[in-house]
Ligand binder design. Structure first.
Ligand code: B12
Ligand code: SF4
Length: 504
């Protein structure tokens, strides 16, 4: 009998319980599931006592796979790995995902980790399992680093493989009901992925070093089949498409939308990721199809209202592209989630110069948002303080400017985007940016209240909550109108209330 493949999706945020579909693990299980291996995917939202489940399942499992982005997932993933290794010292521990892909050797230097998969994991994990079963080494499995008698070995990179030759995402492996979330576009929304990679070169993004500017999209008819299955089998009414760039192949994007119409699908797509310049130039057929399928929202990295910042990022879009795109979305009734970054690392600048540049980036971005958010009150702005992520072009600039790099895997577990890591950000900027992003912009988004009010279960408390929320919306609108962000007493009260009610 085949032994169990045990997979763990660690928590991403120290304060919030995960609610997501563990997409990366469902994907790496594709071939193993097809070949009949028993697979157990564990995450905090799937099991109440998730560490208890890991401990118990470790004994009968062949392999323990962990997925990790840089940051808190490493901390939580290491806790789980130690626990599993203590329960079964013969289990092979495999780490994959973005962080191990960038730092395979440092990841393997951790005594509990045996194998690292760089990049796409579907076929690599299947091959690893086969080799363990037949007692062979991992030599020749593309994209794999491994440890043997204390020495680290590596195989060449695995370049992106077509998704068309893979089995569909095996959603049946988890209790999907526990991963359905309430979004603006459906109270039974699930995460889905239809492509991998991105051909662009943004300086803060690790796509380039992990996927080498390649992109592969699942054939349109297969995407439509997946969507049909999600709607008919699982009763899904919203699909959050989580990938780097949905719109790289416009013909494919249109064929997916046409296919949805032909099949009469009613689920709504949301968070479709795309670039403002390409979308602003897209023909009306695409926009019409987005409207007809009632596609709800596009997520785009507008990045900045400051041309100097766009230049250093090598975003290859202009502020005008961002505005043109916003106007197009407004014409076709599509909500936009705009992400932006401030506090970028310009080489050879002092901390004072960088702080001044950051102020300029904040003002220019606020000015851009003034135009973009006025187009549609559902639009959501987001502004993050730049966090250096390894494997990105801007990372080396940050090191030269005094960013202190963690020296081992445990250290990367403390590297979070919730705290400022760069020395040039001032205390005022540290308060203003999150105030704009997670308070003012959140309140200006007219969808927010509907999306979160049901999280307050008690009817009386819900009525109070709605009243308080609407009052804060008035305050936020006034602050935004006059661009007055001083004396943030309202923001401090809001943060206090939130810290006491983490479910909201
Ligand atoms: C959804 C998402 C999130 C969600 C994750 C929750 C969830 N489960 O849905 C949330 C909102 C929490 C999130 C947060 C953040 N994210 Co994010 N996120 C993504 C996004 C858009 C999709 C992830 C996804 O599901 N992809 C689909 C799956 C199938 O792909 P995958 O995860 O890459 O998995 C494949 C391989 O990596 C590998 N693999 C993965 N795990 C494993 C495990 C094993 C055992 C094996 C063998 C292989 C393997 O095989 C898989 C199949 O081929 C990616 C971009 C992207 N294109 O992936 C960014 C991305 C992962 N996020 C990123 C960042 C920077 C963040 C944030 C830090 C910043 C921010 N401002 O948002 C935060 C904080 C997270 C933290 N560390 O605490 C970066 C990662 C940088 C890094 N060094 O880790 C990415 C790559 C975006 C980017 N291009 O810069 N994110
Ligand atoms: S930021 Fe977006 S557009 Fe730029 S390289 Fe990364 S995924 Fe591509």
């Amino acid at each position: 009998m085949k032994k169990t493949i045990l997979l763990y999706y660690p928590r991403t945020n120290p304060d919030l319980k995960p609610v997501y579909t563990p997409l990366s693990l469902l994907c790496v299980a594709k071939f193993l599931d097809k070949a009949g291996y028993p697979i157990k995917i564990v995450s905090e939202n799937l099991y109440d006592d998730h560490f208890g489940v890991l401990k118990e399942s470790a004994q009968e499992s062949l392999i323990f796979g962990v997925s990790a982005m840089t940051g808190y997932q490493i901390y939580d993933g290491l806790k789980a790995t130690q626990l599993v290794k203590q329960a079964n010292e013969n289990i092979t521990v495999v780490w994959g995902g973005w962080h191990p892909s960038i730092y395979p050797v440092q990841t393997l230097e951790n005594p509990y980790i045996d194998v690292v998969v760089r990049g796409q994991g579907e076929r690599a994990l299947f091959d690893i399992v086969q080799r363990i079963e037949t007692g062979k080494t991992f030599e020749g499995i593309l994209g794999v680093h491994w440890k043997e008698t204390g020495k680290i070995f590596s195989n060449p990179d695995r370049f992106l493989e077509s998704l068309d030759d893979m089995p569909p995402i095996p959603y049946h492996l988890i209790d999907l009901e526990k991963c359905l979330i309430n979004t603006e576009f459906g109270n039974r929304t699930v995460n889905y992925v239809s492509s991998v990679g991105c051909p662009y070169r943004c300086g803060f993004c690790c796509e380039m070093s992990v996927n080498h500017r390649k992109w592969k999209g699942l054939r349109a008819n297969k995407v439509v089949e997946d969507l049909e299955r999600l709607e008919k089998e699982f009763g899904v009414n919203g699909v959050s498409v989580l990938e780097s760039n949905f719109f790289v192949d416009m013909k494919r994007a249109k064929a997916i939308l046409k296919g949805m119409l032909e099949k009469g699908l009613t689920l709504k797509l949301g968070n479709l990721d795309g670039r403002t310049k390409q979308l602003a130039k897209a023909d009306n057929e695409l926009w019409e199809l987005l409207r007809q399928t009632k596609s709800y929202s596009i997520l785009t990295g507008a990045e900045s209202g400051d041309p100097e910042a766009l230049e250093i990022i090598k975003k290859d879009v202009s502020v005008e592209d961002n505005i043109k795109f916003g106007v197009k979305c407004q014409q076709y009734g599509i909500k936009v989630l705009y992400t932006t970054l401030v506090g970028l690392p310009f080489p050879n600048c002092s901390n004072e110069e960088l702080a001044k540049k950051t102020d300029k980036q904040i003002s220019a971005t606020v000015e851009m948002f003034d135009k973009l958010l006025a187009l549609d009150e559902r639009c959501r702005g987001q502004m993050f303080i730049y966090v250096p992520y390894p494997g990105t072009p801007l990372y080396n600039f940050s090191l030269a400017l005094g960013f202190k790099e963690p020296k081992n895997l445990e250290g990367w577990g403390d590297h979070t985007f919730y705290e400022t890591n760069t020395p040039w950000i001032t205390k005022e900027q540290e308060i203003l940016v999150p105030m704009l992003s997670s308070y003012i912009f959140m309140l200006l988004d007219s969808d927010t209240l509907d999306m979160i009010k049901d999280r307050v279960k008690n009817r009386f408390k819900r009525t109070l909550f709605i009243f308080a929320f609407k009052t804060l919306v008035i305050v936020a609108k006034l602050r935004w109108k006059y661009k007055f962000f001083k004396f943030p007493i309202d923001y401090k009260i809001y943060r206090y209330v939130r810290s006491q009610n983490k479910s909201i």
